[in-house]
Design a protein around this ligand. Structure first.
Ligand code: ADP
Ligand code: MG
Length: 225
């Protein structure tokens, strides 16, 4: 990892700060208040300023630390609700995790009407997914295999994609998704932000980042966070 620039974010100092410290729309802040997200978790405090500034990011923090909102707020902040085209894509290792991410993004998107978040996982009817894609969605959350399937069939258009998230990247690698992730990432627009979130930091993550992230900043939180 030594050849990648490392962010020296004061993660611990920034934790506990209110979300209002961030450049977020007032309606978004109101939603966070409604959700009773009063202060940022350490990973949110460390990664949101980087992600909102548009940088690629590698963020590592343990399970339950609030990583979903860290990338969810970043991708929602640059979404154009008027354009019914896929603007953000989140890759997750399993259907269950994709469903949780979908729920959290929908909660965070409550402040804006009509944001469509579509799960794209294996085990669901292809036809229904294709119909939903044809009707227009802003964000897709799914497993690499099924998203690859849509790309091969030409049933998903990614020309307007501006954010690619690799969530639980360590688990995706453990499950053998490297080649599927590569297939998807190589066919996403080059001008995009890529955010990689992981609970652990094995060597494979560094390799993945080298392949698909551009000058990423890194945020790694110690175990106690
Ligand atoms: P991770 O992806 O790191 O495992 P999650 O994104 O699933 O963690 O978040 C864990 C839980 O913490 C969720 O129930 C989420 O709603 C909650 N949460 C996230 N951010 C905050 C916050 N700033 N304040 C309070 N609760 C939060
Ligand atoms: Mg998570």
């Amino acid at each position: 990892m030594s050849d990648l620039p490392t962010a020296s974010m004061p993660a611990v100092d920034a934790a506990g700060q209110p979300f209002s410290e961030l450049p977020l729309a007032p309606a978004m802040l109101a939603t966070l208040e409604q959700l009773e997200y009063r202060t940022m978790t350490p990973i949110q405090a460390a990664s949101l300023p980087i992600a909102l500034a548009g940088h690629d990011l590698i963020a590592q923090a343990k399970t339950g630390s609030g990583k979903t909102a860290a990338f969810g707020l970043a991708l929602l902040s640059r979404l154009n609700p008027q354009s019914f085209a896929v603007q953000a894509m989140v890759l997750c290792p399993t259907r269950e995790l994709a469903d949780q991410v979908k729920q959290e993004i929908r909660r965070l998107a409550r402040f804006q009407e009509n944001i469509k978040v579509l799960p794209l996982c294996g085990g669901s009817a292809m036809r229904n997914q294709i119909t939903s894609l044809e009707n227009g969605v802003h964000i897709v959350v799914g497993t690499p295999g099924r998203i690859m399937d849509h790309m091969e069939r030409g049933t998903i258009k990614l020309d307007e994609l501006n954010t690619l998230v690799l969530d639980e990247a360590d688990r995706m690698l453990d499950m053998g998704f490297h080649d599927d992730i590569a297939y998807v990432a190589k066919r996403c627009p080059k001008e995009r932000q890529t955010l990689l979130f992981s609970a652990t930091y094995p060597e494979g993550i560094a390799q993945l980042a080298k392949q698909f992230l551009r000058q990423p900043q890194e945020v790694k939180l110690l175990e106690q966070h």
